[in-house]
Design a protein around this ligand. Sequence first.
Ligand code: 13P
Ligand code: SF4
Length: 303
Amino acid sequence: MAKNIQEEILRLKKEKDVVILAHYYVDGEVQALADLVGDSYFLAKKATQVTEQNILFCGVSFMGESAKILNPDKRVIMADEYADCPMAHMLDIDRIAQVRQEYPDVAVVCYVNSTAEIKAHSDVCVTSSNALRVVQALPNRDIFFVPDENLGRYIAGKLPEKHFIFNDGFCHVHTSIHKEELLKAKEVHPDALVLTHPECTGDVLELSDFIGSTSEILDYANQTDAKEYIICTEMGVFYELELKNPQKKFYSVGHRQFCPNMKKITVDKVLQALQTLEPVVEMEEELRVKANVPLTRMLELAK
Ligand code: 13P
Ligand code: SF4
């Protein structure tokens, strides 16, 4: 990154009272200029604690929306307004009403990777790092887990006392990591530990040594003595993994571990967003208030 761009970004951040939040899946050079980098849970939590008046989000739409829902008085700016997560839309709202009718005591548990509208119809939100804790804390036996089926099935496997209803949403990046490719990677790197995100399919999870959110994968690699790791999540995490562990080796499984939406965010777009303080996340107040209920409940239950 050119030094003058970096200096200009620092100057504008200060002048305009902006904090930059970034997800681990954006490019390393964008992570390098952010004030806070984290997984979805960390970013949602931090968004409620920052003191700056403006939040510039380097991530996909649902992350900026969550920041706005939790902080109506702040200006939330997206580095790229078209960076959107396809999985966030993979649920028809009518299906929620249908399931509620069928199971009157159901809790609709909504992965944060969802639109504000889906959140507004849900009882509680979860992220991959707190889903187990949050669902376990719910009094309901029937759980409708939306929109991600893979994360839902992973959590269901840990909570046999609950009855889960699933939705067929998925992350195209994580489900593109196939068992056959992972087996080949294990053959090439027999000593490597396999660290996997729970958005991957069950057959990939079965072959893994550790399953966790992006932050949990990073913590595990930082704290474990093994020298080699096969990483089953989006490539953006390699930046932090290699930065913190220069003596360890990290391998990908295939060439598709790449989220095209996260990668829309560039340093130039960050600079432009700082110059204009646009595009902003906007939302009807009625929708925001409804979507705030499950998000706030998640923050409470995950404490
Ligand atoms: P986490 O950062 O919460 O692990 O989420 C992964 C993801 O897919 C975000 O889009
Ligand atoms: Fe959505 Fe998957 Fe990209 Fe995350 S990695 S933003 S879940 S498409």
